[in-house]
Design a protein around this ligand. Structure first.
Ligand SMILES: [Zn+2]
Length: 356
């Protein structure tokens, strides 16, 4: 508890220092702009250009290293209807809530921390939908033109671009008066919906030691020990009945799963199974199966078993996800309902600032 308070104080200090310097720079820009007219037609003086440059760099630092104010601003209902409070200063940093693997149930109360160089996709989308108010107004006090974008290094994920269109022929800003900041950061996309990553072979390789499998201790069930040709990957996870009201559980695999000749079994502890099925679908809805055990119970332990041939371990990329029910349709309609969107991805974050 004491640790949290210290962390928060430092975080606050850091963010208010940066904010203050952005405000000061914007003030300076305002004064300089008043002194000289028709600036758009000519080159900026060295001082003018360096203050624009400083605003671009400091605002990038601010956006990437601060979660924004107030806390959880991205959950403000008004943002869904274009009603944006003057008090919201957006930030993109992720304040991580740890969710214990295998015990997924809403949010855990464990320690929070700000992840460095990692941005929240949810916050980015909220900024995109309210750019004029949140960024032009609240952050830059309408003193500069600006745009923001992320370009994922993974080509299966779309770039997101927002703000002023500097590429438009009719824009008001001389190309020489634009400053661009480019930073490579991580973006979480929908990775916080992941209950389990099953593709951790890379980490453990041949020496992967899997969890205790109930098939190994029960003499009535086939043993899941690895053999020369294939690996068994077995995991237990708990699901609460209440979670099934709020979340859709899916098994999501990369398209390469079709080449992997992987088999899988899902079972509950009271409903064990030897029924190995080929895994060749990218999306499998698990709720109907999970529901069957919840008639008279508030929570059940399930286990999922994969049998992967050793020579196609690289084609096996699968995650177990729990998606809030109201988000599932959004993901599908945005064409984001596939494996790559559930992984943390490297992206180029680009902020452009132009003299107004
Ligand atoms: Zn097993």
């Amino acid at each position: 508890m004491k640790n949290d308070i210290i962390k928060d104080q430092w975080g606050l200090l850091y963010s208010s220092e940066l904010l203050l310097s952005i405000i000061l720079l914007i003030f300076i820009i305002g004064v300089v702009a008043n002194l000289s007219d028709g600036l758009n037609e000519k080159m900026l003086s060295e001082e003018e250009f360096s203050s624009i440059e400083a605003i671009a760099i400091e605002s990038s630092d601010y956006l990437l290293n601060n979660p924004g104010n107030p806390e959880n601003w991205e959950d403000d209902d008004g943002l869904n209807n274009g009603i944006v409070s003057k008090n919201i200063i957006p930030g993109l940093a992720i304040k991580n809530k740890n969710i214990e693997n295998g015990e997924f149930y809403s949010e855990s109360a464990s320690d929070e921390m700000i992840m460095s160089n990692a941005i929240s996709y949810k916050k980015l989308i909220k900024i995109k939908n309210n750019y004029n108010s949140l960024v032009d107004g609240n952050l830059f006090n309408d003193s500069v033109y600006s745009s923001m974008a992320i370009y994922p290094l993974n080509s299966k994920i779309r770039p997101i671009i927002m703000g002023y269109d500097f590429d438009n022929e009719d824009d008001n800003v001389n190309d020489n008066n634009i400053v661009t900041v480019n930073r490579t950061v991580k973006c979480d996309f929908y990775s916080n919906f992941v209950v389990y990553n099953f593709n951790d072979f890379d980490l453990f390789g041949e020496n992967y030691e899997d969890e205790l499998c109930n098939h190994d201790s029960n003499p009535n069930l086939t043993n899941h020990g690895n053999d020369e040709k294939s690996i068994w990957l077995c995991k237990n996870f708990k699901v609460y009945k209440e979670s099934l009201n709020d979340y859709n559980y899916y098994l999501i695999s990369d398209e390469s799963i079709k080449n992997s000749d992987t088999y899988w079994i899902i079972e509950s502890l009271n409903r064990t199974s030897e029924n190995k099925e080929i895994l060749n679908q990218e999306v499998i809805d698990l709720n109907p199966f999970l529901m069957e055990d919840m008639e008279n119970s508030s929570g059940e332990i399930y286990s999922i078993h994969f049998n992967v041939p050793k020579n196609s371990v690289n084609d096996f990329k699968t995650v177990l996800v729990a998606i809030p029910k109201n988000m599932t349709d959004v993901l599908i309609s945005n064409d984001e309902f596939n494996y790559d969107y559930f992984r943390v991805q490297d992206v180029n974050f680009i902020l452009k600032i132009g003299y107004k």
